[in-house]
Design a protein. Structure first.
Length: 150
């Protein structure tokens, strides 16, 4: 996708994912949160992102990571610590959106997660992420998913 065509929310998700990735790499250290956030906010194109959306996702994942992992863990085929940091980060981000940001349609959450994984992750990581999120959405957004299937 052309950089100019990215929405402010897409950019917010990209920056949030970068922050979540850095946080995972740091061992999920609480003291790293502020430094990671400050570093991302200093990026040249950060003003083009939806700052409120970015902050909501980034700190939502930071604050709820253990609960989010519990939600998606039943749908993964390996321990969380064996996921690539990008897959792990995307699953945290998307699980947060599915569970906490109900105003975003589940199909949008999954599509955005797949696109982030394609952009930042390994070759076939997006297939794994898509499969996990399809199952998770059926659980977390059962009414919405059933309505879409009609």
């Amino acid at each position: 996708m052309s950089i100019k065509n990215r929405s402010a929310r897409r950019r917010a998700r990209e920056y949030a994912l970068q922050g979540i990735y850095a946080w995972i790499i740091s061992g999920c250290a609480y003291q790293e949160r502020g430094a990671i956030d400050a570093h991302l906010r200093n990026q040249e194109e950060f003003p083009l992102a939806d700052e409120t959306w970015y902050k909501t996702i980034l700190y939502g994942v930071f604050d709820q990571a253990d609960t989010l992992r519990e939600k998606f863990s039943p749908f993964i085929d390996r321990p969380v610590n064996e996921l690539s940091p990008i897959e792990h980060g995307v699953l945290l981000l998307a699980t947060f959106e599915l569970s906490e940001l109900q105003e975003v349609p589940y199909k949008v959450v999954i599509n955005e997660a797949v696109e982030l994984t394609k952009e930042f992750g390994g070759t076939d990581g997006f297939k794994f992420v898509n499969g996990v999120l399809d199952k998770l959405a059926a659980e977390l957004r059962a009414v919405e998913v059933k309505a879409q299937q009609r």
